[in-house]
Design a protein around this ligand. Structure first.
Ligand code: SF4
Length: 168
């Protein structure tokens, strides 16, 4: 135990410091002010996976870690579409998931927006149209913004969210 604490006290901070990344700091500042201006300081996101490989979701999970810390900017992921302002949709629109995506969309109170995440919803991903994929997201629901990438990095996702917030 003593050896552990000796080593721990002698080592410097091992994680990256977001305060040193000026671009991230600027994005965070702008997101916070847009959320305050347009959503009274609290933006709720319902994430829906309509048939992804889960890499987009894994990158999204990183937004809740202490480095990106979206909650400190007033952005929350919620479990119910009824509590959401926007839907963040990832993956291809699979045959089985399409009715559930539409159902979740219907349950989001107005005004509502859909932001699509990654190349899959645009049918630009490595997957092709198959018997399991009948339609594209944009032919079923109005899309307000697209965050491209396969998968987009957490930094690209928060940049995309800022672009969306500045556009509405
Ligand atoms: S866009 Fe790429 S990473 Fe995201 S779900 Fe599709 S294949 Fe996976």
């Amino acid at each position: 135990m003593i050896r552990f604490w000796n080593r721990r006290l002698k080592s410097s901070i091992l994680t990256e410091n977001p305060e040193l990344d000026e671009k991230i700091q600027t994005i965070r500042k702008n997101i916070k002010s847009e959320v305050k201006k347009k959503f009274a300081g609290s933006l709720a996101i319902r994430m829906v996976d309509s048939g992804s490989c889960n890499a987009c979701e894994a990158e999204c999970n990183a937004l809740s870690n202490p480095y990106y810390d979206l909650e400190r900017l007033g952005i929350y992921f919620v479990a119910s579409p009824r509590h959401a302002d926007i839907m963040l949709l990832s993956g291809l629109m699979t045959f089985n998931m399409a009715p559930h995506v539409l159902d979740a969309y219907r349950q989001i109170p107005n005004p509502k927006w859909v932001v699509i995440l990654g190349d899959c919803p645009m049918m630009q991903a490595p997957f092709e149209k198959t018997f399991a994929i009948e339609t594209t997201a944009k032919s079923e629901i109005p899309i307000a913004h697209h965050i491209p990438g396969c998968p987009p990095s957490p930094k690209e996702i928060i940049e995309g969210l800022l672009e969306f917030l500045q556009k509405i």
